[in-house]
Design a protein around this ligand. Structure first.
Ligand code: GLY
Length: 260
């Protein structure tokens, strides 16, 4: 098996990205591109093979591939992003993923952003956010029930996506901002809470036995370290101005053989 990470180049238009909870700031495109290169190199160092989706230079948020697709062992779900302008990002990702999985496509009036979906084994937590609606949730639930997944709706407040508020950092361990999502939604799982003053720090990318994590949340990184999590730091402060986290820039999954 090969661990694939699908990524896409930073668009030169990224400064025109969608923003929901952040004030717009200038984005240095060259710096964002350099951060993205380090991110890809870090994915490689964690064992992933990078597959590049076609660049979409006119689509400001196209680097945030996570929102366009969910890949499970049995199927790839092509989303229908809640921000209408982002729906044009989906087709080129579908072309890439069709080489690996049968595709299922979320239909109107459903909306679903990949950033709202946290997979913990057979449990699929779906944030009901400004981007993901009940219809999108219901379509995903019906589709995944075929393979016995339990799809669980999660209310959230104050942030863009479910994975802005909570991510998995080890087998039975979540990293959480408990002001944005209730820990009670996640049963008996253990939790590390973000450090005071770092509300945006709950987004981490678990890949194999490591967690790719922003350098700009040092106090929370220390908490993860104390919890026994192997933190691999990446600089991503420029990309974060586009309201993104480390999960946003890749879609990671196992595939048979090597990509052609
Ligand atoms: N800029 C990321 C998003 O709003 O989808």
């Amino acid at each position: 098996m090969t661990l694939i990470a699908v990524t896409r180049a930073v668009s030169p238009t990224i400064a025109e990205c969608e923003l929901t909870h952040l004030a717009r700031e200038p984005i240095d495109v060259a710096k964002a591109v350099a951060e993205h290169a380090v991110y890809e190199e870090t994915l490689r160092s964690c064992g992933a093979t990078i597959v590049h989706a076609p660049a979409e230079p006119a689509l400001p948020d196209a680097v945030f591939v996570e929102d366009t697709a969910l890949v499970f062992a049995e199927t790839a779900v092509m989303t229908r992003p809640g921000a209408p302008v982002r729906r044009r990002e989906v087709e080129s990702m579908a072309n890439v993923l069709s080489a690996y999985r049968p595709l299922f496509v979320i239909q109107p009036p459903g909306t679903l952003d990949g950033g709202d979906v946290m997979v913990v084994g057979q449990k699929i937590y779906v944030g009901l956010s400004s981007r993901t609606n009940h219809e999108g949730f219901a379509q995903l639930d019906t589709h995944l029930s075929e393979w016995g997944y339990e799809v669980i709706p999660v209310p959230l407040t104050g942030c863009l996506h479910l994975k802005s508020a909570v991510t998995q950092v080890a087998d039975n361990l979540l990293l959480i901002n408990d002001r944005w999502v209730s820990p009670e939604c996640f049963g008996s799982m253990e939790m590390v809470t973000v450090a005071p003053g770092e509300p945006d720090a709950a987004n981490a990318l678990l890949i194999e036995a490591a967690v790719i994590y922003p350098t700009h949340h040092p106090a929370t990184a220390e908490r993860l370290d104390r919890a026994g999590v192997r933190v691999v730091p990446v600089p991503c402060g420029e990309l974060a101005k586009a309201e993104s986290g480390v999960t946003c820039c890749s879609v990671v999954f196992e595939a048979a053989g090597r990509p052609s």
